[in-house]
Write a protein that binds this ligand. Structure first.
Ligand code: SAM
Length: 243
């Protein structure tokens, strides 16, 4: 692959991923809308619906970036609940915090710079641990899922929203053309950064398929695991519970 992520040592990969997000933090929101033609907003709404959280719940939004999911969860848990926006990248976290404060949100939102692989939270802390378009960037996904499970209260759920794999060959063809030919060009023009968007397409292809991710969640201890395909499998929401 372009960055040869499979070969580089782990620390280097962590540093590379951090670098990619440093260079896109500013244009991140614009690019999301442009690349997905606004559809990422719907994917996020569906994920939050499937999380089924209630007023007063506490939510950990891992790899939360600029806080789209945090904003949606905050509406559901209300003032008596709490959302922790957590990300490994300080620039993304800062952009997220500024944006949420601009939207008048703050009282029940906390911020934490964390690595998803080794969460610094006590066991049984959250009603919901969610990771949106973040798991595929994590080097040791099994460690991250175990860590998420540990931080979850019994009865709580993990919600993974992530790019996945098209479920029919026509969608796959169109999507391949879009993400390998078109997307890096859009990245070059809009964000002046072709490489980061090429990495994006490659990281999506290397991400485990729907069923494999489901099994990884089961291996981490989660129960009643299932997934919901959206946009013909281009994106999937995986859900699992801790009992
Ligand atoms: N959840 C947001 C959204 O859906 O718009 C942001 C997603 S963004 C594509 C991925 C985020 O994952 C980046 O902000 C990046 O810094 C973060 N990230 C990458 N590796 C991580 C790790 N090991 N632990 C925590 N966050 C990580």
């Amino acid at each position: 692959t372009h960055f040869g992520f499979k070969q580089v040592p782990k620390q280097e990969k962590v540093a590379l991923v951090r670098g990619v997000f440093d260079s896109v933090a500013g244009q991140y929101d614009v690019m999301n809308d442009l690349m997905s033609m606004g559809i990422h907003r719907i994917w996020k709404r569906v994920a939050v619906q499937l999380a089924n959280v209630r007023a007063g719940d506490s939510v950990l939004d891992l790899a939360g970036g600029t806080g789209d999911l945090t904003k949606l969860y905050e509406k559901r848990v209300g003032k008596s609940g709490q959302v922790v926006l957590a990300d490994i990248n300080a620039a993304m976290l800062r952009t997220g915090r500024d944006r949420l404060i601009d939207h008048g949100l703050s009282g029940n939102i906390r911020y934490a710079q964390v690595n998803a692989e080794c969460l610094p939270f006590a066991d049984n802390t959250f009603d919901c641990v969610t990771i949106g378009f973040g798991l595929r960037n994590v080097t040791d996904k099994d460690a991250a899922l175990r860590s998420m499970y540990r931080a979850l209260k019994p009865g709580g759920r993990v919600i993974v929203l992530e790019f996945s794999h098209p479920i029919d060959p026509i969608t796959e063809k169109v999507y391949d053309f879009y993400s390998f030919k078109l997307l890096p060009k859009i990245g070059a023009v809009v964000a002046k950064d072709e490489d980061s968007y090429r990495y994006l397409a490659e990281s999506i292809r290397m991400h485990p398929k729907q069923d494999e991710l489901k099994h990884m969640m089961e291996n981490a201890g989660l129960e009643r695991c299932e997934y919901f395909n959206m946009t013909q499998g281009i994106v999937a929401v995986h859900r699992g519970y801790k009992f």
